[in-house]
Design a protein. Structure first.
Lengths: 328, 503
């Protein structure tokens, strides 16, 4: 019986929604999902962004935050993710725009600014959920024992090779060599498709260091295969990563930190009511114990929730500084 | 050693519950179906099924996905052999001999059975090696850094030499074309756009599956349109398993290449990023240097056996780094890895010690999946073969639909379909003008791997070539490479001085 009433309400909302959207998007009617939600992820199934998305989806469904509707996760990897981002940014105003989400983090935002003319102004930021940071690791059979030894080698003019993944890792590497005052030739960086490939090459002894996020390296540290040597953060990590000092502890340097935010955006045409609804739904996820246990703690991220208004300011600031840095 | 055997048996003990066996059968059937449809490879299959498995216990879930992944390697060969459209990378090689054997030689049942049996043999060999030396195998894979991989891939590239056909100039031209095409899209190392012509789609490069389906499959549809009024020559009268049996002589021809490729494929599967396609490629190349009763490429049993055994062995070998180190060897492996995390398991160097029942249950399920898949695919051969007696005028729309669906599903966009049509027209024009398209397809597969490994090697060595001879494994491959290239010249000289007889 209850279900029928709910269904009637949903149907009513579905009928009224287009009318409201046509009238004016500012009309103050509360929004609730009236159909399945298309959630775009611009990387492959099983990757970091995909796990992040599906973790949120699971909690939202569990707490029934979406009016009993289902998420359709679409992994759209064409054009390095640019096609999916462009598609979301172009969804026209109306019910579709209110039921479309896109997983978006600094690793997506940065290449979008570099390679395309698409900007955050074409999206409606919904939330920032967490911040990820990185560390440098050596392999168990490495010829160097700790960061001090590596620093001595670097200062003696020796060559060091760091392996890492795309996007954020390259940026962090750039910040690191700038702070150390060395050239790209002396301390070079190898871009891999994923951190797991970078770990493979350090375990095989083909490179000296691997740069990565805690989640990717956790099990290897646990097994003693990787040893954290430098925290790329303004403070030390906790748990099995506590042994790694920050850069300022090891010499006359400033700490290097490149906070990688993980967020969610929607089409620019999404109504304010819908944006408010989604922002609250993500807030509920961020406050749930499951989120803290199964995502934040498990993958050692820093919880940092920003609602849609704060997220907008945050992403715009990120865009401004990034564009400045790349001279666009 | 004995310990591993007892662990494997404990794995079987985990496996033999009603629920888990059912999961294996379900996975195997689904894998065969998914594999048989071009474009919807194991990656899509595993990714689609993954969310459904979150409700299961992890062991049952991975057993089902493992079986699906495994059965896929069988299914990929079906469309390759019967309609000449390779559904995935490894099947490109199977097509070279499988399709002629099914159509020109009129032995479709035998071609399918050869493929199934070789897959089974290759798989079993891979699994036995995995059982006894899983962690060792993973360590072996680690030894292959960028320099070693570059040398290995260069050796693999030389094997394009025997694919160029009668006109070497045309062959080399198409090889170069394949490499050029593969270099489109975002540069894997620096993220710089290359040859994107301002298009956001080209930024991601030319997708592999639509390209192959187009060049090889759709070009054939265009050709068929010219023959649509001709009667289908092939009439398979009696549909029975008996009619698709291979002779004892066939079996004798099948075994040596299958066993050779099985062992080699396992090791190639372990290498980072190499995977089943490279294994199939190498298997076929190695077979070229052994004796085959009929020339390869004309429907030789040895050709089918060599690549099918290699790709299935590689699929088994790929589990070694995945289970022992948590390193996925392929896209599908990465999805499985994501699955492990979602079920609350931590894949990585600790998996064997922290969840032995899980790891060994999975390995045991691979054995069972291999057996079940062989039985099922053997059973469906008579029905599959019937495809060949469908009149050409009906086949044209059917294959076209298969091509469209296959290329759409790889990226969920019409871009794939567009690429498929363009490559189809291109493939048709090329083959009508006497070009063999195989070198383009194969260099298209290998070039990106070669490029990224070579550039990584040069970053490590600061541009010095010496890295390739300083590392022992790489040196061995370089020597093989030099011998392969120089051998025809040396033989010519030896024949001239009468040391060697003319072939």
């Amino acid at each position: 019986m209850k279900k029928n009433v709910l269904l009637a309400i949903v149907l009513l909302v579905a009928l009224v929604m287009p009318v409201m959207a046509q009238g004016s998007s500012e009309s103050s009617g509360a929004f609730a999902p009236s159909k399945d939600i298309e959630w775009f992820v611009t990387s492959s199934p099983g990757g970091g962004s995909d796990i992040y998305t599906r973790s949120i989806e699971k909690i939202m469904t569990q707490y029934n935050l979406v009016n009993g509707k289902t998420f359709l996760v679409m992994n759209k990897t064409d054009g390095g993710g640019e096609v999916g981002r462009l598609q979301v940014s172009r969804v026209g105003a109306g019910n579709n725009a209110n039921h479309t989400l896109l997983t978006f983090n600094s690793g997506d935002h940065d290449p979008m600014l570099r390679n395309t003319a698409n900007r955050i102004a074409n999206f409606t930021p919904i939330a920032v959920m967490a911040v990820d940071k990185q560390l440098l690791f050596i392999g168990e059979h490495s010829k160097y024992k700790d960061w001090a030894e590596i620093l001595t080698a670097i200062n003696a003019g020796k060559n060091i090779v760091i392996a890492g993944s795309k996007g954020d890792d390259i940026l962090t590497y750039g910040l690191l060599i700038e702070e150390l005052g060395v050239s790209e030739n002396q301390v070079s960086f190898i871009t891999n498709d994923a951190t797991s490939d970078a770990i493979t090459s350090v375990l095989g002894g083909h490179v000296d260091l691997v740069l990565g996020k805690p989640a990717a390296a956790d099990q290897y540290v646990e097994a003693g295969k990787l040893i954290p040597v430098l925290a790329l953060s303004t403070s030390r990590f906790t748990g099995n990563l506590a042994g790694a000092p920050t850069l300022s502890e090891t010499g006359p340097y400033k700490d290097v930190e490149n906070a990688i935010w993980r967020g969610v955006v929607a089409p620019g045409a999404m109504s304010d009511a819908a944006a408010e609804f989604w922002s609250n739904a993500f807030k509920a996820v961020a406050e749930s114990p499951e989120w803290k246990r199964d995502y934040i703690d498990k993958y050692k991220l820093v919880p940092e929730f920003k609602d849609w208004k704060e997220a907008k300011a945050y992403m715009e600031e990120f865009e401004r500084t990034t564009l400045q840095a790349i001279g666009k | 050693m004995m310990n591993n055997v007892s662990m494997l048996f404990s794995g079987f003990a985990v496996l033999f519950t009603f629920q888990n066996i059912l999961a294996t059968i379900f996975g195997a059937v689904l894998g065969l179906l998914v594999g048989a449809m071009p474009g919807i490879g194991s990656l899509a299959g595993v990714a689609l099924l993954l969310p459904l498995t979150f409700k299961f216990n992890p062991t049952t879930a991975i057993i089902m996905l493992g079986a699906l992944y495994y059965a896929n390697m069988y299914g990929g060969a079906f469309s390759s052999i019967l309609i000449g459209i390779p559904g995935d990378g490894p099947a490109v090689m199977t097509m070279l001999d499988g399709f002629p054997m099914a159509t020109k030689k009129n032995r479709p049942g035998q071609a399918l059975l050869t493929s199934n049996l070789s897959s089974f043999i290759g798989g079993i060999i891979g699994m036995i090696i995995l059982t006894f030396m899983g962690p060792l195998l993973a360590e072996f894979g680690l030894k292959f850094g960028p320099a070693e991989m570059t040398a290995l891939l260069l050796v693999a590239m030389t094997s394009i030499g025997w694919l160029v056909g009668e006109n070497p100039t045309k062959g080399i031209l198409l090889t170069a074309f394949g490499i050029l095409l593969a270099s489109m899209g975002m540069d894997t190392l620096s993220g710089m756009p290359r040859y994107d012509f301002g298009s956001i789609y080209l930024l991601g490069g030319v997708p592999f599956v639509p390209f192959v389906i187009g060049v090889v499959g759709f070009s054939q549809v265009i050709r068929l349109m010219g023959e649509r009024h001709e009667e289908t020559k092939l009439v398979v009268e009696k549909l029975s398993i008996k009619n698709s049996m291979i002779t004892l002589h066939d079996l004798k021809r099948l075994l040596p290449p299958a066993i050779r490729s099985g062992v080699m494929g396992t090791f190639v599967g372990v290498l980072p990023g190499a995977g089943a396609t490279t294994a199939a490629f190498m298997g076929y190349a190695v077979q070229k240097s052994f004796k085959s009763e009929e020339p390869l490429g004309t429907g030789a049993i040895e050709g089918i056996a060599a690549c099918e055994a290699a790709n299935n062995a590689a699929a088994a070998g790929a589990f070694a780094p995945l289970l022992a180190l948590g390193i996925p060897g392929s896209g599908t492996g990465a999805v499985l890895l994501g699955g492990l995390m979602m079920w609350g398991l931590n894949p990585g160097p600790l998996l064997f010690t922290s969840s032995p029942e899980f790891a060994w249950g999975l390995i045991a399920s691979l054995f069972l999946a291999n057996l079940i898949t062989l039985m099922i695919s053997w059973g469906v051969i008579p029905f599959l073969v019937k495809i060949l007696s469908v009149p050409t005028r009906l086949m044209i729309p059917i294959i076209t639909v298969v091509c469209i669906v296959g290329s759409y599903s790889t990226s969920n966009s019409m871009y794939g379909v567009l690429i498929m049509f363009i490559s189809g027209v291109l493939g048709f024009i090329l083959s009508e003008t006497g070009y063999n398209t195989a070198p383009a397809v194969l260099s298209f597969v290998l070039a990106p791997l070669l490029e990224s490994n070579m550039r990584k090697a040069f970053i490590i060595s600061r541009g010095s070539l010496s890295i390739f001879v300083e590392k022992p494994i790489s040196l061995v491959f370089i020597i093989i490479l030099v011998i392969t290239i120089l051998f025809p010249l040396i033989r010519l000289a030896l024949v001239k001085f009468g040391v060697m007889k003319k072939k």
